[in-house]
Design a protein around this ligand. Structure first.
Ligand code: PA5
Length: 445
């Protein structure tokens, strides 16, 4: 099984070898600190050994629940936001492509809800579901987040109307904290099947727990292969040898670039199926590093589409960014460009070549152009879009993020900024208990 490869030699002209040396050492020290469990946020390290420690019982229950859903439902509505949403969506689109709900398939359709407060979006989805057999997986660690709570109320109501209380209860799966939260209370009261989010795993590090696993399994993915990839990554990326550990290398280069004026990282893909993987990456790094006035701003671009818009800026605009490009060596399906007798479009020079051949040349041409334009390019190369590679990538990005966070000297595992917004929204909505805050906020508006 070929594993993902990280290359930073591609950006060597932007790295001063001497100046880079301390970053190598610092990355190894950061990994040691992470493993010692004595660094900042050390009560949120449950993800670190998860690939080897995830409970077999919970894993079996996830698979059993996914099989039931696959048997009795044409659709699964996954309700959640942020870390309780993006991992599952990233995985499903990575593996099944972003046409997963339209293409011919025996898999249930997977719809996402509660990741916005859009009445139009939810209205349309409720309409679609009227004619479909469906189940719900509602995911919220705190069990109190407004967006998913509203969506759950709406979709639960439809489910109860459609099937009656007894059957509806069998179609609701709740993933939440084991001890607290409104969602937990509701689940207990109504007797919904429950999955637990461990106390020591934050939302953005939870994709390999039941948070991500249940929707991913319902979509038809093989969880064992996903875990095999994560275990392989865990074995490779805990090695304290800089030259052998891609996570140390990626963290060190990011940190070096940051200290040398590169304030933005763009995660680039050449496959639309990776768009949500990039969304997951953005949350992971933004919430982990963006604090105390520090951090690289994580962005993403979808090429070649964005080469015709934002590509201009990357080539020639403010020189404060670097790109990390994910390339996929082999597409799951190949299309060969056909010969045309008339050749009016002048494309016969490509006849017989695959679209992927053209995509690869677009990548190589862009890599050279952007490098010439002084935007360094790092490369992550994966063999193909499958569960093994995805499991590997999830762990690779998580551990890189943690190592780099320690190099940056922040707590990579809290998200005080997100909590600020949530509290303000509760207050402005008039949630009981927030009366004083409401008054103070309203005075400022
Ligand atoms: O990473 C995080 O902690 C956040 O993005 C949360 O996942 C998000 O706010 C949703 O929170 P919850 O799962 O408590 O509903």
């Amino acid at each position: 099984m070929n594993k993902p490869i990280f290359k930073y030699e591609t950006a060597s002209s932007f790295i001063d070898k001497e100046a880079f040396l301390p970053y190598k050492e610092k990355s190894v020290e950061a990994l040691k600190l992470l493993e010692a469990g004595t660094g900042k946020g050390n009560d949120f390290l449950g993800w670190l050994n998860l690939p080897e420690e995830y409970g077999a019982e919970e894993f079996k229950r996830v698979i059993a629940a996914s099989e039931r859903i696959r048997e009795n439902s044409e659709a699964l509505v996954v309700i959640g936001i942020g870390g309780s949403y993006l991992g599952a969506r990233a995985a499903i689109e990575f593996l099944q492509g972003n046409m997963h709900n339209i293409k011919k398939s025996n898999n249930p359709k997977i719809f996402f809800a509660g990741n916005s407060i859009s009445s139009d979006y939810h209205y349309e989805l409720l309409e679609i579901l009227e004619d479909m057999d469906f189940s719900i997986n509602v995911i919220s660690k705190s069990g109190t987040t407004t967006e998913p709570a509203i969506a759950f109320r709406l979709f639960k109501d439809l489910l109860y109307k459609k099937y009656g209380a007894e059957e509806a209860k069998k179609r609701i799966f709740v993933t939440t904290d084991k001890e607290k939260g409104a969602l937990l209370n509701l689940a207990k009261e109504e007797g919904y099947e429950r999955f637990t989010i461990a106390d020591d795993i934050g939302g953005r590090f939870s994709v390999l727990t039941s948070v991500g696993l249940l929707p991913i399994a319902v979509s038809g993915a093989n969880l064992l292969d996903l875990y095999e990839g994560a275990v392989a990554a865990m074995n490779d990326l805990r090695v304290k040898d800089f030259d052998k550990n891609f996570a140390l290398q990626y963290a060190a280069v990011r940190n070096y670039f940051y200290d040398n004026g590169k304030a933005i990282e763009i995660l680039v893909n050449y496959e639309p199926s990776l768009m949500y993987f990039a969304e997951w990456y953005k949350q992971l790094f933004a919430e982990s590093h963006g604090k105390e006035g520090k951090g690289i701003f994580p962005a993403s671009l979808n090429f070649s589409s964005d080469l015709h818009s934002l590509g201009q800026f990357v080539q020639d605009g403010t020189r404060n960014m670097f790109e990390t490009v994910i390339t996929i060596k082999n597409p799951n399906n190949n299309i060969t460009i056909n010969e045309d007798k008339e050749n009016v479009d002048g494309l016969n020079f490509l006849a017989g070549k695959t679209m992927d051949f053209v995509n690869t040349k677009a990548f190589l041409g862009t890599f050279l152009a952007h490098t010439d334009g002084k935007t360094p390019n790092l490369i992550i190369e994966i063999e193909k879009r499958d569960e093994f590679n995805l499991g590997y990538l999830f762990y690779f990005f998580e551990i890189t993020c943690a190592i780099d966070g320690y190099m940056l000297d922040v707590n990579p595992f809290d998200q005080p900024g997100v909590e600020e917004y949530k509290k303000n929204m509760f207050a402005l909505l008039g949630k009981p208990g927030y009366e004083d805050m409401k008054e103070a906020l309203e005075k400022r508006l």
